[in-house]
Every structure is written in C-alpha cells, then in structure tokens.
Design a binder for this molecule. Structure first.
Ligand code: NCD
Ligand code: ZN
Length: 349
C-alpha cells in the first residue's frame, strides 16, 4: 500500500466478503460497481425468485454472474465470484457435499424472518439433522456464514444481534474446526464476543455500520435508504466497530453487505432493508479510516485479513484513489446509492 497523504492511495484490490448481486436485470446493473475495486466477492445466496440452495443452483448462479460480467465490463475484468448456498432446515450433508463439488465455499444461514428474503430461514440451529449439516461443512472445509440476529417475541430490532450471540458461542465451541463468520457485526457486544472466541471465528464489518447510528435511520425523519439489517445501533456500538475495523485485528475484515433494492421498494410504506454501498465503497472507507488516523490499516481490512481467514491467496492487482471531491449521484440506474447527493473526499481513478 502506498499512501501520499492528502493526495493519492494505491492499494491491493479488495475481497468483499459479503455482497448481494441479485438476479437479472439488477445483477447486470450493479455488478460493475463491485468489480471496479474487488477481485473477489462472496455472492450471497438469498436471491429471488430462485434462491441458491444446491450444487445445481451454484453452477447456474455463477454462470449468470459470469454472463453479466461479460455484458457489463471489458472482458478482461479481474474478478471471481465466491459462491455460497443458503442453509435451511432441510439442507442435508449430501447437499453440502454436492454444493462443495459445484464450487460453493461457504454456506449462509439466515435465521427465520430477520432480514430480506429470510422467509424460509433456519428455525432451529441445534436439531440433530442440522448439526450433521454443520459437521459436513466442517469436513468439507466450507465456511459457515451467520446472519447473527434472532427475531424473538418482545425483542426490539436493536437487540436481535445480542439475542443471537449465545448461538454463536455454542456453535464456535461445538465446531472448533469450522470457520464461522459473524456477518455484518453491528454491536459492541458482538465485537467483544468475536474477540473472545477462538481463531475459528471472525466477523465482517460494513462501511455503513462504520458511519451510522439508529439516529441516522429514524432520528431525523425516517430515512429508508439507511434502513438495513442489522439496524445501526448506539454510539458506543459505532465506536466499538470503528475500533475493531481499524485495530489491525485479523478477526475483522470487510464484507460490504452492498444490498441494492429498486428505489420504489425502499421508499414504499414497508421499505425493503439493505443499503447499496458498492458505488461508494472504497471512497467511503478511505474517508472513514483517514478520519480515524488509520489509513495505513485500510488495506489489511479490505484486502488481507479476509483472504487469510478464507485461506485464499492475496489479490495481485491494485486500485488508486485520489483526493478529489465529488458528489454521489442521486440515483444509479433503478437504485439510490448510499450517501446519494452528498460529497465524498476520495475518488476512484
Ligand atoms: C440484505 C438484502 O437486502 O438482501 N439486507 C440487509 O438489510 N442487509 C440481507 C442481509 O444481509 O441481511
Ligand atoms: Zn447481506
């Protein structure tokens, strides 16, 4: 990484270890915003109408992404999608083996009802059949990616991550060889738990959770374009996330959770949850790390720690950011990007 203060940053291309590419037509529209800075990205499997559940789905979805890549960029794009499947109550060990053979490197659990497209999410983490599924993942060397929230009765949305943490602890201790990622950690308690657990546990952090508190979602009018799961939380949570992301602790790395939804779906009476950050991601992260006085830690967060946890070689290409103010467009295709209409300090070259 080469930093010329206030002028230019040249750094290794990113691994975005949590990204939503959706299906066409949105897929073709949003993919180039990620491939401009990332050489690899975890393609989340909560697509609709076809979710990614089996080896067959993995092959089909990878193909869809590769076709979109050809349409949307010069064919030489330095990009590889990292494939996943959704783990549901009926995901068997055999399905794990097949998905693995088809190239899936991780399985994602959405607990029932906690987020976009989790309507068929996991109900029970500890029934024997699903424990067999997790054993199979451990045997195959597949990672377990957890949306770490539980929708319990009389539990506020801001307490859902806290409600999930005992499950994380139990799984981490029961499966010490299974690599587990607490996706988009959003609370101080979540950070503390990941720090305390063994080396088999890590967490992704998004750029928007490094900027927002609940006040930015509902404290000054209701701002649908800041609405996401897990919900941004309190100031001490924001501080803990900033500290973890810039700490140099390899347990914390980038997963943008860039999650585009068409504008009309976000702005309706029941707005969809998810923030589209890909169009501003490296620019925004540079601004955040610079403000923390930790620009020198950015590359490890975006391009080293994730690859090392996943057991992947480091990316070889670089991107360059220059200090040059710009205003984020109000809309990109059918989607309103994060920070629409506001100024950013760094610009991708
Ligand atoms: C994501 C989506 O839109 O698919 N939404 C979100 O609020 N983050 C799903 C997810 O990662 O929870
Ligand atoms: Zn997500």
């Amino acid at each position: 990484m080469k930093i010329i203060p206030n002028e230019r940053i040249t750094m290794r291309r990113f691994d975005d270890l949590h990204c939503h590419f959706r299906l066409n037509p949105l897929l073709t529209e949003v993919l180039p915003y990620t491939t401009r800075y990332a050489s690899r990205a975890i393609a989340m499997p909560n697509t609709r109408p076809r979710a990614i559940l089996t080896g067959k789905d993995v092959i089909w979805y990878r193909n869809e992404i590769m076709k979109a890549l050809e349409v949307s960029s010069d064919s030489e794009a330095d990009f590889e999608p990292l494939m996943t499947i959704e783990i549901r109550d009926n995901t068997s060990s055999k399905m794990i083996e097949e998905a693995c053979r088809a190239g899936a490197i991780a399985g994602k659990v959405y607990p029932l009802g906690v987020t976009t497209n989790s309507d068929e999410g996991l109900k029970n983490f500890f029934k024997p059949e699903i424990l067999d599924t997790f054993w199979a993942m451990q045997d195959e060397g597949m990672l377990l990616l957890l949306h770490g929230e539980l929708d319990l009765p009389r539990t506020l949305v801001t307490k859902r991550e806290r409600a999930f943490l005992p499950i994380l602890r139990t799984l981490a201790e029961k499966f010490p060889e299974l690599k587990i990622v607490l996706e988009h950690v959003s609370s101080e308690r979540g950070i503390n738990m990941v720090e305390r657990l063994g080396d088999n546990v890590a967490a992704t952090i998004t750029a928007h959770h490094l900027c927002l508190t609940l006040n930015d979602v509902i404290g000054d009018g209701i701002r649908p374009h800041h609405g996401c799961n897990p919900m941004p939380k309190d100031f001490h949570d924001l501080d803990a996330l900033l500290r973890a992301a810039t700490s140099g602790d390899p347990k914390f790395f980038l997963g943008s959770d860039s999650a585009p939804h068409p504008k009309e779906k976000k702005e309706g009476a029941k707005g969809s949850c998810g923030v589209f950050t890909a169009p501003v991601l490296p620019e925004l992260l540079a601004e955040i790390f610079e403000k923390e006085g930790k620009l020198d830690r950015l590359e490890d967060f975006t391009s080293r720690f994730g690859a090392e946890f996943y057991g992947l070689p480091l990316n070889q290409g670089t991107i360059t950011l220059v200090k040059n103010k710009w205003i984020v467009p109000e809309q990109i295709g059918s989607v309103v990007p994060f920070r629409a209409g506001t100024e950013l300090q760094w610009r991708h070259q």
